[in-house]
Design a protein around this ligand. Sequence first.
Ligand code: ZN
Length: 466
Amino acid sequence: MGEAASGDSSNSPDRAAQTFEFPLAETKPGIYEGAFMAREFKPLAKARIGFYFDSPSSQGGAAGKRVEAAARGRVTTMADAESLWARVAAEQFVSLYVDPEGFGRMGHAPRDSVLLVTGRAADRYRVELAPNVEAWIASDYAELLKPGQAGAPAFMHTEIARSSGPEEAELFVPTGGPPVPYGWTLDWDGMGLTARLFGLSVGGDIWGFHRDTSVIASIQRSEPLQKVVEYALRLRRPLCGYRFEYGNGGVTAKVRAFPALGGASGPLQGMKICLDAGHGGSSDPGAVGSTGLPERTVNLKIAKALGRHLEALGAAIVYTRETDKQLTLSGRPRTALAAGAHLFIACHCDSLDVSSDPIAIRGTTQFYYYPHSQRWARAIGDRLGAWLEQRGSFNRGVVNRGFTVTRETSWFPSVLIEFCFMSHPGDEEFLYSDRDIDGMAGAAAQGVADAVAELLQGGRPNPSMP
Ligand SMILES: [Zn+2]
């Protein structure tokens, strides 16, 4: 797409179709990025929005032509009179949007959400989550509705909050009509979250909220922006997980608190942890070390050693596999869900491909996807890194990246630990030694205990503390 707009503004007194061009720069090999102030094409929005164009080499065909034809990006806005609506035709789409205060946030729109289209750029539509809160959706994920097929959804709602178990509570918001987009931010101290629903206005009072719920301490509702309703949920104990579900004519925000933690058995008493030894079976061996050590075997050793250390700290352990067998990727977190786990740790070892210099990179890396998993990744990485650094290796740090096992669910924190680089001969040496595997596993377990202590203290501990 990216065709020029008609430029005919005579039929729309509010907002005419316009085309804007802006410079593109190659920010990474093959990725062209451009940015401009949205104010230029929509007076009320102050957002700065980036565009990404695939290079000819990475995509070929039409994508290539787009970049070649335009060393400048091009945005075409819709006239108000066009009233174009799109239905989300993917499972859900996730987009970074910038709210009018300039904060970048993630917005989620589930399948069948109906959104007003206010512009297009290359293969994307600009859509409204709420007035002046805009996101972008790939045109492949959106089905444009014919005129008259959809109007602006009308919403009236009251809310119902209830406990649904000793660790869980939910807030049901009847919305009517198609699903509404949502977003959330987590409280820094791990004690709550703010859920954000787009396209809604505040209805009646919160109905049926029982102050004696064992999970939720308080709910505050506000409408900080036009047609954006926020619910700030504070919990009585630290947040373990959350999810948003659609059905029964509304959206349900579910939150889960950790059980009471700690006791005579150790600081992790009350906690169930699912350990996932990566890969498995001869058809999924994982990486191979510099001297031929198979990752699937090492991962299982690490997981079992980690399990012993976590049990010693009071945790109950569930394993996705305890033998050398093949598992599906999405089946691994499902095992944790079925077991009611409060934390999921995937154990892997990293490797460079054979064409790379094996001594170029070594050390541990910790991956997470949902934001509530970050503190667990960091705490484990801090301890594991300290162990490795005493032996000449490194902590490469925490990375936000979606692997199937870390992205499958937000119902518990989930981290994927690359314990070290098995392609590096020095790192691989640790993996030959049961004593070193035990040392790394013990350090990682201590990191889990650190994260628990941090949550129970209401945030990050004082860095000057030993
Ligand atoms: Zn692996």
